[in-house]
Structures are given as C-alpha cells and as structure tokens.
Design a protein around this ligand. Structure first.
Ligand SMILES: [Zn+2]
Length: 308
C-alpha cells in the first residue's frame, strides 16, 4: 500500500523530509490551507516553488526517494473571482437564486470550463517535480454547487465529476499519464449519478465528518455502503483514502499556535486494516501543524503507526 502525508507548504523542512523517509512514507504531498482563502495560499505556494531554496528542499525530498504530489482546493484559483464584475455568467447561481462569486463556478458554462481547463494545465506546469497524479479539488465548502437552470438537476457530485473529466482531458493532451482525483468530501460524498468517470479519474475519499474519537469500522452502515458504491463507480486500483488521524490543524481549530497532539495508535492500526479490506490502494493523511513550531513546543509527534 502506498502512503502519503499532506503538509502545509510553509511547514516543509529537511526535518519533515527525513521524518517521512524514516517512517517509510512514499509520497510527500503539499497541501496549501483550504477554506475561503485557498486561492491565496495556493498562490503563495506557487511563489515558494519559484525560489531556489524551496526547489532545493524538494530536490532533497526526491533524492530521499519521496514522490511529490500537490493536493489543493483549486476552483477559486482556476476561475479568478475578479472576473465576476465583467463576466458574471461564469459563476454559480446559489440556492437562493442569486449569482455569486463566493464558491466554485457554473459547471455548465462552456467559457468557464475553457478558462478552468486552460488554467489547470498551466497550474500543473508550475508544480515543481509533481508526479502526474493531480488533485485539483473544487472549493472548500458544503454549499458550493451551481443552481442555474442547466446545473440545478445535477448533484454536487455530478457537477464535480463533469469538471474533473474536462480538466483531465486537457491535462492528458500534454501529459498522457496524468490522473486526477474526484474528491468525495462535504456535499460530494455520494457517487455521481449521471456522469461517468473518464479513465484516469480516481477516487479520493475524505471522511471529514466522521467521529475521529471512534474507529472507522464503527461508522454507520449507510456510510460503509456509500464507500462500496464509490469504489464500484471509480474502481479500487488507484483509490485513495484521505484521513485525519494526524491533522493537527483540525485538532487546533485551524489556528496557530498548534495544540498538543495525541493519537490513538490502536485506532490508526484498526482503521488501516478496515480501509485496506475495503480495497483502498493508497492511504494518505493530513499532517498539518506538526512542523518546526510544533516540535519546538511539544517535541516529536508520534506518527509510528502509519507505516507499520
Ligand atoms: Zn450552472
């Protein structure tokens, strides 16, 4: 099984790279913070990626045998909000019937799709040393789909998948090996109903709402059934789990300074067995707010159960 840890770009250090290599993690995934400012944290990461110092860090990670991926909420970056003033039709109509640049965009507007796919190809080209496995997620909110007359009947899952299919097709024109995630998260937890994934779209299942105090196999039967349906639709071969066991940004309420962090290793071990039995090939976990500032306050975090 492949293992990845997602950390904030500004927390990357040689220490973190050594830590991942020593644990036996295969993929270092950079994850700019989500939320309302995801396009800004993404732009800030792109700025870092232009610098020789940061590239040297990623060269070091590659020399240590780590693959590099980027996992990010990209919609507001791919369709810049400023365009709302002159081209409102690119943007979504919200639940109340009001056109708004708050989240995502209209998934039925051909011009919006043209801009998004073009900028996604440009973005892929800026991700230094990225594996051809991309994660260009939609915006980070539970109420972000479009309710225009053309989109209204489509679920958030269908809207997301139609966008991802178009983005993947554009990425593959330049890079035939490209693959792209469908993020099962928030309002898109359920499988799409009317859109089929193109080959190269893989499932990324991120159970944000699950009770982290309980082992995953105690989740309600309906949720387990939902995971099976997602895996049936997207396939198991490249399916990725995105867990929160080590997400100290979540446990710290997404506010620095980081809080002290403890993990129940028995739960992690049991969850790994549970997800492996379901068929996930790739296990990833957020590990934000565990960088140098965390270590200075509380010492080395215990990540030992992740790669046992
Ligand atoms: Zn629409």
């Amino acid at each position: 099984m492949k293992k990845s840890l997602l950390i904030h770009p500004e927390e990357l250090s040689r220490k973190w790279i050594d830590r991942m290599a020593a644990l036996g993690v295969q993929v270092l995934a950079l994850h700019p913070a989500g939320g309302k400012n995801a396009h800004k944290t993404l732009a800030e990461m792109l700025r870092l990626l232009e610098t020789a110092e940061y590239r040297a860090l990623l060269d070091y990670a590659a020399a240590c045998g780590l693959e590099i991926e980027y996992e990010l909420h990209a919609a507001s970056y791919l369709l810049p909000r400023e365009r709302f003033e002159t081209e409102p039709a690119l943007f979504r109509i919200n639940k109340s019937g009001v056109r708004s640049p708050d989240w995502n965009f209209c998934a039925s507007n051909p011009q919006a799709m043209e801009i998004v796919t073009q900028r996604a190809v440009e973005l892929a080209g800026k991700l230094y040393r990225s594996a051809p496995r991309y994660h260009f997620w939609l915006d980070d909110d539970r109420d972000a789909k479009c309710f225009c007359p053309k989109c209204r009947e489509k679920t958030a899952s269908d809207q997301q998948l139609s966008v991802m299919n178009a983005v993947l097709a554009a990425l593959r024109e330049k890079e035939p090996a490209a693959t792209l995630s469908y993020l099962a998260y928030f309002e898109a937890m359920e499988p799409p109903q009317t859109v089929q994934p193109l080959p190269g779209i893989f499932l990324e299942y991120a159970p944000f709402d699950r009770d982290m105090k309980q082992p995953a196999d105690t989740m309600p039967a309906a949720e387990k059934e939902n995971i099976h349906r997602l895996l049936d639709v997207f396939g198991r071969e490249n399916a990725q789990l995105l867990e929160y066991w080590y997400d100290n940004s979540m446990f710290s309420g997404w506010k620095k300074p980081p809080k002290p962090f403890t993990v129940n290793n028995d739960h992690v071990r049991a969850d790994l067995r549970f997800y492996r039995a379901l068929g996930f090939a790739d296990i990833s976990c957020f590990a934000c707010f565990l960088g140098a500032d965390y270590e200075a306050l509380y010492g080395e975090p215990d990540l030992s159960a992740f790669c046992e």
